[in-house]
Design a protein. Structure first.
Lengths: 369, 369
């Protein structure tokens, strides 16, 4: 592969064709276990199957839970630590919590408890006190931002499974949907709703395989400046935005989203997540963050490819009734997160039309269920 | 190291001296986040800090949550698959769920939802359909046994973090303590209580680093017969017993444990888990499972070393009022799990006395908090 050839996500090493059949089998087996809840007097919220978090009706409120993996962003942090002598694990901790919290809130849940899963390649990983303390401090700071309790967790040393010197990070999160009318699994989503997009802080934690592959093609690697004074590596490591302060503030402002989508893997195709046949028409495209613009150009991706895999500046989508759209965006801005009333939901076939860019994604472009 | 020298847990590669300082810092930082729950109208059950699962008081009941790692048992399964052509991942799935469920129930919780965390070294892992389907089937079967709903999970491909051809397995679990009097975080534990021990099914998923190291010293390795027709590898891979059917049956029988301890890492020292100053006197020691007896002999461990790291035949301890002890054991037997009224709780210094073996463990032998 020449260094100027376009770089696709598949080439970056993740083959969904191998993973997806297992996912389908697992989803079917999982769905068959829902009936067990009845023996405890409870029931699942069936519409949450396939959504970002699983929801159980326990009577006075709903309980939502999730486990989420950070992915391979630590490999960038490790490489940058070698190059700069700094530790990036405070930001990495925030990324990990964001993966769980930003998913959990899509269903209307208030995150209450986060558990840490830190699986190292050996006990030695924890012997680097600066790095370990940064991980702890960043984890706590992200919990503080999201107002969740850090319940505990696991710090196994898994030599032979996790590679020497590496760490596999994940977070589980449990929350309540309380009161129950906060539930947002899409049944309220419909024509006339507005789409509000919240700014991302960078690449977040999806697309890192591609980003790492790209670094190999850059003569200066991670130290390439993408703008004066900002290296590619530093830009990649901007911690993922935490959106739960926004969803909590919305509720306090009397706004109940009809649906939410966390824009992670599959990029903007995640806007098609809900199974309804609806057309999503985007009239305003948020500015690309610098690092995503850089990746798109260096990887030679056209807009269609870029928006189908990366967040391109929009990290979270909130679908609300049109009358609440401007207020929704303002609440996000008041939380320090840029936001745009970006589009509308319409009756029609299932598709996403990003009009300013002339892009159309259809149902065939996304298979999550 | 000669092949007849005793083999200790430290030699098997896990250095708790490196992990424990981080754990302490993390526990302190985590404890400081509990106050966030008040902003949502809730509070933590402080006594659950340091227990096996974290508990939050949400009003009508308590919510308990946890994330737990399987550890390195998959390395034995992988090796045995090479040697025998069989897949052992159905049992491995049960092990993983057992790690989470058996911890969650110690606080009195009914497990409701399990989430799967299956982080593979690459997409290829999922391409072995027989193995992947065994993992799915075993996961579902364990959910069925525990009557929990499988909510979903993560199946990331983490090339560069998880080793090629390996998988890092974990489970998160959320449950309710309902009604609230089922809470068992030790405040009811006291002199006069009986200790009921439930049989383990083998090594479970703790001590595998030692067990794997030992296999290297055996001329026939995992294919060494530990009894006629049973190889060391097969015996190691006996899936971990699931104890939630017992704790649920106990509640239905009107028995509320005062405290429970899941006997995992640190072996029988886990009986000293509760912070109270109490003496635990064991008068009846359950039979060793064959594989643990084999390990002890081959590793040249004395009883003190063996009981301080392995479950030695007892996988779970239930502390109940003396009058309920025999019935507790009978309820477990009715669930298909052997059980023994094994000892008593007494006033006195914090210590565990395994009288038939002449072993004493004191507070200094266990640092979990």
């Amino acid at each position: 592969m020449s260094s100027t050839a376009p770089l696709t996500y598949d080439q970056a090493g993740v083959n969904y064709d191998l993973i997806d059949p297992l996912k389908v089998t697992a989803q079917r087996a999982a769905a068959a276990t829902a009936s067990h809840l009845a023996s405890h007097g409870f029931s699942e919220v069936q519409a949450s199957r396939g959504e970002s978090a699983y929801v159980v009706d326990v009577g006075p409120f709903y309980v939502a839970s999730i486990v989420e993996c950070l992915g391979t962003k630590t490999l960038v942090a490790d490489e940058m630590a070698k190059l700069t002598g700094k530790s990036y694990f405070a930001g990495i901790a925030q990324d990990t919590i964001a993966m769980a919290v930003n998913d959990l809130i899509t269903v209307g849940a208030t995150p209450l408890v986060v558990q840490a899963y830190w699986a190292a390649g050996g006990s030695d990983w924890f012997g680097d006190a600066q790095r370990a303390q940064a991980l702890v401090a960043g984890w706590k700071a992200a919990c503080d931002t999201c107002q969740v309790a850090w319940g505990g967790g696991e710090t196994p040393a898994l030599a032979g499974i996790v590679e020497d010197g590496r760490i596999d990070l994940a977070a589980s999160c449990t929350g309540l949907i309380n009161p129950k009318e906060r539930l947002s699994v899409g049944d309220k989503l419909g024509p006339g709703d507005a789409i509000v997009l919240l700014a991302s802080s960078g690449i977040h934690a999806n697309g890192l395989s591609l980003a790492r592959k790209l670094a190999e093609r850059l003569p200066q690697g991670y130290l390439t400046e993408i703008e004066p004074g900002l290296t590619y590596g530093e830009a990649l490591l901007a911690p993922t935005a935490l959106y739960s302060p926004v969803t909590e503030a919305l509720w306090k402002a009397g706004i109940a989203p009809h649906y939410c989508a966390n824009i992670t893997g599959h990029g903007w195709r995640k806007l098609l997540r809900h199974p309804s046949a609806l057309t999503y028409r985007i009239h305003t495209v948020p500015p690309k963050t610098a690092v995503l613009d850089f990746i798109q150009k260096q990887a030679g991706q056209d807009d269609r490819e870029a928006y189908s895999t990366l967040n391109m500046g929009a990290g979270f989508a909130i679908f609300v009734k049109a009358a609440a759209a401007e207020r929704t965006a303002q609440v996000a801005r008041d939380c320090g997160i840029a936001a745009w009333v970006a589009g509308t939901v319409e009756a029609g076939e299932k598709q996403l039309l990003i009009e300013p860019l002339g892009i159309r994604f259809s149902e065939n472009d996304l298979h999550l269920r």
